[in-house]
Design a binder for this molecule. Structure first.
Ligand code: SF4
Length: 376
C-alpha cells in the first residue's frame, strides 16, 4: 500500500487496480446453493441456485423478507458460513488488487476469476475480505471489537489499508468516520456505549475505508432514521458511481429504490425476479406475484400485506414455494419454475397489471387475456 498523507479514500482508491473481465463484470454468481446440516440430519435449504452478475459501476439490490436467504448468500460469498454449511455452484470474483490469487495456491480459480466458494480461508482472509470485497455487516455491534474504541479500530483499519501515519492518520480516521456520518465526538466510545444506529455507522465507516472493488452491504440502514438512511445509501451509491460494484442486501425497499440499478428478489432461498430497478419500482412493475406483493405492501402504495407467512427453509413445499400464498397458483405450480427472462413464475403478472396477490382477482382472467389459459 502507498504511504502518504492523503485522506484514506483517495489513497486507497489510487492503489486499487481495476483489472477484470472485458465486459466489466466484477462478480459472476452461478447456481449458488447453501445447505445447513442440522442435528438429527435435518437440512435447511437456505439458498438454492442463485445466479446473477454484478458489473463495475453497478448496484444490485437483493431484497426479500427476513429469513429468505439474503444474508446467507452474502456470508457464502465471504466464506463466513458456519461449519455445518456446505455450498454448491460458483461465485467468480474478477479484478481487484490480489492478482496473485488467480491461479495460485488455494485460489480455487476458473476463467481468470477467483471462485469465492472454492477459495481457502487463508486466501479469503489475506486478500479478499476487506480488500477485494468490503462488508457492511448485518450485526455491526457483534462485528466491532468490544474492548477497543471506535477510533482505535477505525485508525488501525485506515493505517493497514492506506499506510497513513501520524497526523495524516488522525485526519484520515476522522474523514473515514465523517464519510459514514459517524460523529467525531463519539470516536472514543466503546461498542457497548453505542446505539444501534451508531454501531451501524461505525461498521459502515470501517467497510468503506478500503474502497474495495466490490462492497457487500447487508442491511446497512438498520437502526437509522430516514435522513441517515438516505445519507448512507447515497454514500454507498457513490461507491458504485466511482466504478466499483455494490451488492446491497435489504428489506428496505425505499432504500433499494434510491440506490439500485437492478433488483433481485429472493423468496425461500431462490431468486424469483431479477430486473432493472426503474422497471421494478416504476413501470411495468414486478412480474412475480411475490415481488409485486412486496411493493404493494408499502404504505405509500396499496398498503396490502402479502397474505400468509414464508415457509420454513427446512420444510419447503414441493414446487413453487410461494404457492400457498399465491392467488395465481395453478396445478402447474407443483413444479419449481425456472428463472426465465428475469422471472421465476408459471403465471407472471402481465406488465403494468394492477393485480395484487391475495387481494382481489386471482389473475385468471388476466392469464386468459394473456393467452396462458389455466395451465395444469
Ligand atoms: S403463479 Fe405459481 S409459479 Fe408463480 S408465484 Fe404463484 S405459485 Fe409460484
Amino acid at each position: 500500500m502507498t504511504q502518504g498523507t492523503a485522506p484514506a479514500r483517495t489513497t486507497a482508491r489510487e492503489t486499487a487496480p481495476q483489472e477484470g473481465r472485458a465486459d466489466g463484470i466484477l462478480l459472476a454468481v452461478r447456481e449458488l446453493t447453501v445447505r445447513f446440516r442440522m442435528r438429527g440430519g435435518r437440512e435447511i435449504a437456505a439458498v438454492t441456485d442463485a445466479s446473477f452478475d454484478l458489473a463495475a459501476g453497478e448496484c444490485l439490490a437483493l431484497v426479500g423478507e427476513s429469513g429468505c436467504g439474503k444474508s446467507v448468500l452474502a456470508s457464502a460469498l465471504l466464506g463466513l458460513l458456519p461449519g455445518n454449511a456446505r455450498t454448491g455452484g460458483r461465485a467468480l470474483l474478477y479484478g481487484g488488487a490480489a492478482r496473485h490469487t488467480d491461479g495460485g495456491p488455494g485460489g480455487g480459480t476458473a476463467s481468470g476469476g477467483l471462485d469465492l466458494l472454492a477459495a481457502d480461508e487463508a486466501t479469503l482472509a489475506r486478500t479478499v475480505r476487506g480488500r477485494r470485497v468490503g462488508l457492511v455487516p448485518q450485526s455491526p455491534a457483534a462485528h466491532l471489537t468490544p474492548v477497543r474504541t471506535v477510533r482505535a479500530q477505525l485508525s488501525e483499519t485506515v493505517r493497514e489499508l492506506t499506510g497513513a501515519r501520524g497526523p495524516a492518520l488522525a485526519e484520515a480516521t476522522r474523514a473515514a468516520a465523517e464519510r459514514a456520518a459517524f460523529p467525531a465526538g463519539h470516536l472514543d466510545r466503546y461498542p457497548h456505549q453505542l446505539s444501534g444506529g451508531l454501531a451501524q455507522r461505525a461498521a459502515t465507516a470501517l467497510a468503506l475505508v478500503a474502497d474495495a472493488p466490490l462492497l457487500l452491504a447487508d442491511e446497512p440502514t438498520t437502526g437509522l432514521d430516514r435522513e441517515l438512511v438516505q445519507r448512507t445509501v447515497d454514500e454507498l451509491r457513490g461507491h458504485a458511481d466511482d466504478g466499483r460494484g455494490l451488492l446491497i442486501i435489504t428489506h428496505d425497499l425505499a432504500a433499494a429504490e434510491r440506490v439500485a440499478d437492478r433488483v433481485a428478489v429472493m423468496y425461500a432461498g431462490r431468486i424469483v425476479e431479477l430486473c432493472d430497478a426503474h422497471a421494478f419500482f416504476g413501470r411495468p412493475g414486478p412480474r412475480h406475484p411475490y415481488a409485486r406483493g412486496l411493493l404493494e405492501a408499502l404504505p405509500e402504495r396499496a398498503f396490502v400485506p402479502v397474505p400468509g407467512i414464508p415457509p420454513e427453509l427446512g420444510d419447503l413445499p414441493e414446487g413453487c414455494a410461494f404457492a400457498p400464498r399465491c392467488a395465481r397458483a395453478s396445478a402447474a405450480c407443483a413444479t419449481v419454475p425456472a428463472l426465465t427472462d428475469g422471472v421465476a413464475c408459471h403465471h407472471p403478472v402481465a406488465p403494468g397489471a394492477p393485480t395484487t396477490p391475495g387481494a382481489g382477482p386471482t389473475g385468471a382472467a388476466e392469464r386468459e387475456n394473456a393467452g396462458e389459459g389455466s395451465a395444469a
